[in-house]
Design a binder for this molecule. Structure first.
Ligand code: CA
Length: 225
């Protein structure tokens, strides 16, 4: 099945540039120019990924991001495209659940690299390994499931991969760069904060199991079992 990406962007030039870049790679895309159209599209079809502009004529792209996080269906990764550097703080600060972001103006090549990394990460079948158990925390790499005291916890794929990477390397400190590379599939200078944001979100969801993830100041994170 071919990959299909939804582009939500009201600036025609940018939308077309993205679509052309994807097309060269054999990736199909659909362009919509506002939130209402995006929502309409999502009731009919399930894209593999969404490229989302934040400032749309009928509202804020982050609202769509939030809605997507509450969907019961398959998780759709979101790459936020933002005009200003300051908006990155909003994306990270409000923890809306974007998988990645890119600041305008960006090179199509960089965007493509991000998209490919996300798609690769989603399509990669989990390596056969056993359920990891730490006291009351269970991580099942096959089912991509986490249970705390027997209760299933809903994590995004990125959060799950982050937890798994840390748990598999338990006892060892993993730097933000190593985590970016392991979980996101690339390392970019200045994107270490992405790791921190996802760790924060992950800890919140883990509740009592958050104690396993230890911050090692100035270096990164360690799973303590
Ligand atoms: Ca816009």
């Amino acid at each position: 099945m071919s990959t299909h990406i939804l582009i939500v962007e009201d600036e025609e030039d940018i939308a077309r540039l993205i679509a052309r870049t994807l097309e060269k790679e054999g990736i199909k895309s659909t362009i919509v120019t506002n939130l209402a159209q995006a929502q309409g599209f999502l009731t009919r079809q399930e894209p593999d990924l969404i490229i989302l502009d934040l400032m749309l004529p009928d509202g804020d792209g982050l609202d769509l991001c939030k809605e997507l996080r509450f969907r019961e269906e398959k998780e759709i990764p979101v790459v936020v495209v933002t005009a200003k550097g300051e908006e990155v703080d909003r994306i990270l600060g409000f923890e809306m659940g974007a998988d990645d972001y890119i600041v305008k103006p960006f090179s199509p090549r960089e965007l493509l690299l991000r998209i490919k990394a996300i798609l690769r990460r989603l399509q990669k079948p989990p390596e056969p390994s056993q359920i990891l158990k730490f006291e009351f925390l269970e991580i099942d790499p096959h089912k991509i499931q986490v249970r705390i005291k027997g209760e299933s916890v809903k994590l995004t794929r990125t959060e799950f991969n982050l937890l798994l990477a840390l748990a598999e390397a338990r006892g060892k400190v993993l730097s933000r760069e190593v985590l970016l590379d392991k979980v996101w599939g690339y390392t970019f200078e200045g994107y270490a904060r992405t790791v921190d944001t996802h760790i924060r979100r992950l800890r919140k969801k883990l509740g009592p199991a958050a104690k396993f993830i230890e911050t090692v100041w100035g270096i990164g994170y360690r799973f303590r079992s």
